[in-house]
Write a protein that binds this ligand. Structure first.
Ligand code: COA
Length: 378
């Protein structure tokens, strides 16, 4: 009988981000527009959430069109032929159709003819889950290039008469290309958790197999987002605080080792409160929720993309991302972006995949070794 030989990897494999992109609806909707729809005000929304405007899909836009736009940008930034993508993971809770998933539609649209394609539904925590899963597949040696996309269009499920929900959400997509490398970089720590006991706090009860759509379920509003805002608010602060601390401890790193914190962009008060508790200074926290609202699984990759493009992240920087949302689910990932360099910000994206030795490189590499060492010793 023919036996398979055991393949042993001599060099550990890591996953680095080599491409990034975003896809946003054309239409921007300002807080003031809600004043004509519900009993609210621009001032209330700004002061309670930090949101000023959000993007809302039009009739010809959807989760798949936004995800496709983000994917194309990420491939261009990585200078990668779509046929070299092995797998597409779309983190979404709002696919265009319940079946099939969004990912195969993106795969077809971008011409990734040699890629597998799946959706991951962990709501607003979806991108962190997908990133950690993709990292594991690259580390296992079975995949080389993975497109990880976070995309959602929650505006389609919002009750536009429910002022406590409709003002919060926006639509969008963000994408990264993860690529295998032998250089110690990428994921240094992660936590993926859930607490299904809180499933009812944030949900769309109708439309699934337990409550298929009928005239009655539609009339009862069962297909809209239902949320206990104050309970989700408390959960979010607790999770953002504890999970950030847990993952730093897991990686053997201090707050000072982190160059940028990219939390899920749900509410500025949630972020401020958790960052204060952990002792993270405001200038290390990336915020763009004022322009996009809560874009669910898209919020972290859109923020990552804008942090890179605005020069807030240099190759070799350590970024801590934390997503939380319906499920309840949460996912935190401590990721080193690219490999270290001190090239000017405008050129960094071109060089993210190359190793250039500099002083920044030395610090980043020392942190990478410490984190990788701490991972190995558990
Ligand atoms: N405009 C004006 N008033 C509003 C309002 C709006 N858009 N939305 C709610 N209110 C009212 C409430 O009806 C309530 O009125 P009442 O006292 O007469 O009953 C009052 O404001 C206070 O409500 P409360 O829910 O305590 O306000 P809050 O300060 O907690 O803010 C949220 C409400 C929704 C902004 C806040 O709870 C929140 O952000 N929760 C987390 C939501 C979230 O991020 N979900 C997604 C997680 S991924």
């Amino acid at each position: 009988m023919r036996r398979f030989s055991t393949v042993r990897r001599v060099t550990p494999r890591y996953a680095q981000i080599v491409g990034w992109g975003k896809g946003l609806p054309v239409r921007a909707m300002h807080n003031r527009e809600f004043e004509a729809l519900v009993d609210t005000s621009d001032e209330w929304i700004r002061s309670r959430t930090g949101i000023v405007e959000r993007r809302i899909v039009g009739p010809n836009e959807s989760t798949v069109t936004l995800a496709t736009a983000a994917a194309r940008q990420a491939l261009a930034a990585a200078d990668l032929d779509p046929r070299r993508i092995d797998l597409i993971i779309v983190a979404t809770c709002t696919p265009d159709t319940l079946m099939p998933a969004a990912a195969p539609l993106v795969q077809q649209a971008i011409g990734a003819t040699r890629a597998g394609a799946i959706d991951v539904n962990a709501a607003c925590a979806g991108f962190a889950y997908a990133l950690v899963m993709a990292n594991g597949m690259i580390a296992a040696g079975t995949h080389h290039n993975i497109l990880v996309i976070g995309a959602d269009t929650l505006s389609r499920w919002v009750d536009w008469t429910d002022r406590s929900v409709c003002v919060l959400f926006g639509d969008g997509a963000g994408a990264v290309v993860l690529q295998a490398t032998d250089t110690p970089t990428g994921l240094f720590g992660a936590q993926l958790r859930a607490d299904g006991a809180g499933a009812g706090l944030l949900c769309v009860p109708g439309g699934g197999t337990r409550m298929p759509p009928t005239a009655e379920t539609i009339a009862a509003g069962a297909h809209f987002i239902h949320m206990d805002g104050p309970a989700v608010f408390k959960f979010a602060i607790q999770i953002l605080t504890e999970s950030t601390r847990d993952v730093l401890a897991q990686a053997g790193l201090e707050v000072g080792d982190i160059d940028l914190f990219v939390p899920h962009q749900a509410n500025k008060r949630i972020i401020d409160s958790a960052m204060r508790a952990v002792g993270i200074p405001e200038d290390k926290v990336f915020i763009n929720l004022d322009r996009y609202g809560n874009t669910s699984a898209a919020s972290i990759p859109i923020a990552l993309c804008e942090a890179i493009e605005s020069g807030r992240m240099r190759p070799g920087d350590n970024v801590l991302m934390c997503g939380f949302g319906a499920g309840l689910t949460w996912g935190t990932a401590l990721f080193q972006w690219g490999v270290p360099t001190d090239v000017p910000a405008s050129d960094q994206w071109r060089l993210a995949g190359q190793s250039i030795v500099t002083s920044h490189h030395d610090r980043a590499l020392a942190i990478a070794r410490r984190a990788v060492g701490s991972r190995g010793s558990r």
